[in-house]
Structure formats: C-alpha cells, structure tokens
Design a protein around this ligand. Structure first.
Ligand SMILES: Nc1ncnc2c1ncn2[C@@H]1O[C@H](COP(=O)(O)OP(=O)(O)OP(=O)(O)O)[C@@H](O)[C@H]1O
Ligand SMILES: [Mg+2]
Length: 239
C-alpha cells in the first residue's frame, strides 16, 4: 500500500491554546480510517489543523510524499484534499443548486454541470430539492448536500467530521454506505465519528484519541471486538 498521509508528532490548537499534544497517524491510499474519542478530545481540531484552518505548532504532515505542514487551505484543496465540517457545512440561504455550484466555482461550466449531475446520481434525494433553500432540508439531506459539495472538486482525499451526527439510523446507514462506496472511485477517507460501530464496521483501521493524543490504534475489526475499548468509547449499550 502507498502511504497517502503520514502525520508525526503533530501539535496544534487555536492561537496560543494548545489542544493536540503530538499526534502520530497515517492513512494509506484507498483506506477508510476512523478516529473516535470522547467529546472535546481534539478530533475536530486535528482535522482542522490538517486542513489548514487551525494552528499548526510542531510536527510534520506528509501528503502524497510532500511535506504540507502549515500549508494554506487553498493549496491543500488544489492537491485534492476536501473537508466536510461537523457544523455549518452548507449555506442555508442558498439553494441546493447554488450550494453545489459553490463547490466548483473555478470549474468550466460544462464540467461543473456534469459533476452536479453526478452528485444527484449519488444522492437522488437531493434532485427534487434542487431549487429549494438548503435551510429547508432535513438533517440527513443537509449532510448529503455537504458531502456532495465536497465531491464537486473531485478530491482524492476526504476529511469528514461526524457526517452522521444527529441523524436518524436510516440516514446514518445511507450516508456511511455512500462514503464507503467512494472507495470504488479511488477516494481515500479519514473520518471522525461518534457512531463508532457504524463507521468502524466499514473501516480498515481505527484510532482512538483522548486528551489531544492517540491512545490506541488497531484494525477496525479488532477495535469493534475489544470489550474494554467498547466499554469506554463505543458505549456499553448494544445498538
Ligand atoms: N475555536 C476554538 N478556540 C479555542 N478552543 C477551541 C476552539 N474550538 C474548540 N476548542 C476547544 O478545543 C478542544 C477540542 O475540541 P474539538 O472540537 O477538537 O473536540 P472534538 O473531539 O471534536 O469534540 P466533539 O466530539 O464534541 O466534536 C475543546 O476543549 C474545545 O473547547
Ligand atoms: Mg468534533
């Protein structure tokens, strides 16, 4: 396997507030990797530092063989990295179509139109809503729109922050399945998920974060079957 992302000793946070205390993590090309961990442990911050929107202090981020530590977001996007934030991931006052257009402002109109059609193929629920304001969408449809918008730029590497949070089980399942299916198109996925079982069931490997550090990593199947880890991070209750 070829390494796509290799993070070593990453420290970061917000201005002078340090949140990440040295993260080591890698993702190989074509993998689906899940990060789980308690609320406030730094999962979103980690993804934000990777994407150039939170502060990088120390450590290296190698993407596709090149050191991209501290790179600006626009350069990372040009390298084929896309990010779907945990919150505020659509423009509520724009229509579904306009949101999708925003994902590819610099694309030639013909290509943009093709990619928007491709998004509707992937998420048919969005098609009848094309002229509706994003504010009027259900939570699940919003996540579909956010994901579709990220895909308009044809990224090779997707950073997803809790794409199934606060959704009904049906939507959770649909969204995770679509994300998994992206691998058939050569897209690599690094995902933060509270719905750990759901996401790990589709993942190759998992990382458990706590207090701004990686405290455990293993094959996803091992994490799913580890009773102790289950107790602390996956919830003791059966789903
Ligand atoms: N913009 C910010 N400025 C300063 N501190 C922040 C900022 N955003 C988050 N934090 C703090 O950083 C820490 C980690 O937050 P982060 O959002 O990365 O956690 P998380 O693991 O994603 O949590 P959750 O599971 O609730 O999404 C928290 O203590 C949080 O209060
Ligand atoms: Mg978060």
């Amino acid at each position: 396997m070829t390494r796509l992302l290799d993070v070593t000793g990453l420290e970061g946070g917000y201005g002078s507030v340090k949140i990440l205390n040295g993260i080591d993590l890698y993702v190989d090309k074509g993998e689906f990797v899940t990060i789980i961990g308690p609320n406030g442990c730094g999962k979103s911050t980690f993804i934000k530092v990777l994407f150039g929107i939170a502060t990088h202090y120390e450590g290296t981020v190698i993407h596709d063989g090149e050191d991209v530590s501290s790179w600006r977001t626009d350069r990372l996007v040009k390298r084929g990295i896309a990010y779907v934030p945990q919150v505020n991931n659509v423009f509520p006052s724009l229509t579904v179509y306009e949101n999708l257009q925003m994902g590819g402002i610099r694309l030639p109109p013909g290509i943009l139109a093709e990619r928007i059609e491709r998004a509707f193929d992937m998420f048919p629920d969005l098609k009848p809503r094309v002229s509706d304001l994003a504010a009027s969408l259900s939570g699940g449809q919003r996540q579909m729109l956010a994901l579709s918008r990220a895909l308009i730029s044809d990224p090779q590497f997707l950073l997803l922050d809790e794409p199934t949070a606060a959704l009904s089980p049906l939507y959770q399942q649909q969204i995770i399945e679509r994300i998994d299916a992206l691998r058939e198109h050569g897209i690599t996925v690094l995902i933060v998920e509270q719905n750990a079982r759901l996401s790990l069931a589709r993942s190759d490997r998992g990382y458990i974060m706590a207090g701004g550090e990686i405290v455990h990593t293993a094959k996803a199947s091992e994490i799913l079957n580890d009773p102790d880890i289950g107790k602390y991070f996956l919830g003791i209750k059966d789903e």
